[in-house]
Each structure stands twice: as C-alpha cells, then as structure tokens.
Write a protein that binds this ligand. Structure first.
Ligand SMILES: Nc1ncnc2c1ncn2[C@@H]1O[C@H](COP(=O)(O)OP(=O)(O)OP(=O)(O)O)[C@@H](O)[C@H]1O
Ligand SMILES: [Mg+2]
Length: 316
C-alpha cells in the first residue's frame, strides 16, 4: 500500500535486470549482529517477529523542534534509539519526517532541543562532522554524481576516511598513487559485498532505478556509519522493487550491525522491517509502538492511513 505515489526520476526499468545482490540471509554474519530478543527473552533471528531490541542507547533526541517562519515542522520530538534497532517513521506528506533527518544530520540546526550520538552532543554540528561521527543518510530524491561511474561514486564517499593531502593530490606522488589504488580496491570490494560490482564502470545515470537507490545506500555505507537514516528508499518503486530493497536493507542491517531509521510511505517495507514505529503528524509524534500496535491505532488510521483504506491491507 502506498500513501503517495512518488515520481520516478530516472531511466530504466529494474524489473528487467537480474538481481545480483541477493545475499542469502544469515550467511557469514559477523558478531556485529545486534542482540535481538523476543518477548520471552530468547535470542531470535531477524526473520522472526522482534518486539524488543536490547542494547545501549546510541542516538538520543531530546525535545527537538524546528520551525520555518512560524511553521512548526517538528515539535518536541523525543527518541531513544538502541543499537541494532530499526525504527520506522511514517506520517503524511509534510509531517516533518525529512525535517527530522535534516536536524539529526546537521543539514538544519534545530530551533531547540538536543541530539546526542553515543552520549556526545552533536546538536548543530555540520553534516560532514556528523557523518564522520557515524551517522549516514540517503535522500528522498536520489543524490548521486550522475556522470561519475559507480566505482567513483563510492570512492568519493570513502574519501572522507582516507584524506589525501592537497600537494599529494596535485603532484600525484607515489604515496598518493598508492593510496588512490588502495581506495579503488576498497571501493570495488565494497561494491562486491553489496552485489553491485558488475556495475562498477557504469555511469550512475545509466543505472536502473532500483540500483541507483542501492548505490545511494552503498555510498552512505562507505562512510562506515553506525546509524543509517534512509529517506523513502522505496519511493517510486513497484511492488517487486520494493520487496527487493526491503531485503537489501535487512541484509545490510545484519551484515554491518547497523542501527537504522527508515522513513517510508510504503507499508509493505515499513511493517516487516521495523522493530518500532513512530507516527508523525504536523511535526508531532501522534503514535508509537510495534508495527502491530501502530497498525491498529485509530489515530494513525485517521491521520495517515486514511479511513477509506482497509487497514488489514498493510500486511504483517
Ligand atoms: N527548508 C524549508 N523551508 C521552509 N519550510 C520547510 C523546509 N523544509 C520543510 N519545510 C516545511 O516543513 C514541513 C515538513 O516538511 P518535511 O519535508 O519534513 O515533510 P515530510 O514528512 O518529509 O513530507 P514528505 O512525506 O512529503 O516527504 C512542510 O510543511 C514543509 O513545507
Ligand atoms: Mg520527506
């Protein structure tokens, strides 16, 4: 079910492209897999229903507000996000979801309130500082270097971690060339691990739409984040593409031991993926809980899902 059909902004049809990125779930998972518990305390896998994520609070928002010339886009927002958690954030158009990401990642300073990452106050820090501290994001409208290759797109994202000095770059010293090669190898390995290596020399603009979305996520992951914020990763996708990107997000969550906040209108992505959901409306959290709780909440049905929508249709 979609609340808003998003406009597809790019070229080809992903449905015609065989998907190389299906990584069997659970394969070769490292110890970084977050500790997830069922209600009875048993440790369970991600495919199961998960209602509790135990772990330290990694990201905390306290009374965060942001207004634009009198318009309250985000109001008194609070969050305690635990390591390994996948939080879904839903709400109608203009509810403040992207504003939330903008204030969390330094793209916009909040009007008031504070944001902490691993206990460190990051309120008002610049986006590159926030990225360096461990929060990466993707954008509602894909942001890639369209004329660069897929490999170069990843390399530029990685460069945050392997800064070459100015004179080294200009003079192309042996040290610089060595670093450049290492960077290239790392970028290729990164693409390989995400099933995108066969597109390494393809220009980003020529990628099928679904893979552009994946490349954007790959670029975010290249900065080695602890927390990943995904803004409408399934926007403009058909049901098959949405199922595919849902599996992709689940896989990277396990693989990289990530903590994720995902904003999405498409319930077929949000409901099976999220441990917990917050519902925003006019900048305020009007409901929060497990997918099951939120699905049945009359305020949510009225504010977001629309009274004419059969609620059961949002799926499990
Ligand atoms: N930079 C800005 N300047 C002025 N108003 C803004 C700005 N960014 C957002 N807004 C306003 O703040 C409100 C929240 O917008 P936001 O983009 O956060 O909503 P959203 O929940 O992401 O919506 P959508 O589902 O359509 O993406 C809207 O009324 C929007 O017009
Ligand atoms: Mg938005």
């Amino acid at each position: 079910m979609r609340y808003t059909p998003a406009v597809r902004s790019t070229v080809a049809d992903v449905a015609s492209v065989p998907d190389p990125s299906r990584i069997p779930q659970g394969q070769g998972l490292p110890q970084t897999v977050p500790r997830l518990q069922a209600d009875d305390g048993q440790q369970i896998g991600l495919g199961s229903k998960v209602s509790i994520v135990t772990g330290d609070v990694i990201l905390e928002a306290t009374d965060v507000s942001r207004s634009f010339r009198g318009l309250q886009a985000l109001a008194d927002y609070n969050l305690q996000l635990r390591t390994g958690e996948i939080l879904g954030v839903i709400g109608p158009n203009g509810a403040g979801k992207t504003t939330l990401f903008n204030v969390m990642t330094g793209f916009l300073p909040p009007t008031s309130g504070s944001i902490r990452l691993r206990g460190q106050d990051i309120t008002g820090k610049a986006p590159d500082q926030v990225t360096a501290l461990g929060i990466a994001r993707t954008f509602q409208n894909i942001r890639l270097f369209a004329r660069m290759t897929v490999l170069d797109n990843v390399k530029t994202a990685q460069q945050l971690h392997g800064k070459a000095g100015f004179w080294e770059t200009v003079l192309s010293t042996p040290g610089f060339l060595r670093k450049e090669r290492a960077l290239e190898e790392r970028a290729y390995a990164h693409l390989e691990s995400l099933g995108l290596a066969r597109f390494a020399s393809t220009h980003a603009s020529a990628l099928p739409y679904g893979f552009q979305r994946k490349l954007e996520i790959a670029r975010a992951l290249a900065t080695e984040p602890a927390v990943l914020l995904l803004d409408e990763p399934a926007a403009g996708m058909n049901a098959q593409e949405t199922a595919e990107i849902t599996g992709f997000i689940r896989t990277i969550h396990e693989r990289f031991g990530l903590t994720i906040i995902v904003v999405e209108h498409d319930m077929s992505l949000i409901m099976p993926l999220s441990h917990r959901i917050q519902v925003l409306n006019y900048g305020r959290v009007i409901a929060a809980g497990t997918p099951g709780e939120v699905r049945g909440d009359p305020r949510v049905i009225e504010a977001y899902l629309g009274v004419d929508e059969p609620v059961a249709a949002v799926g499990a």
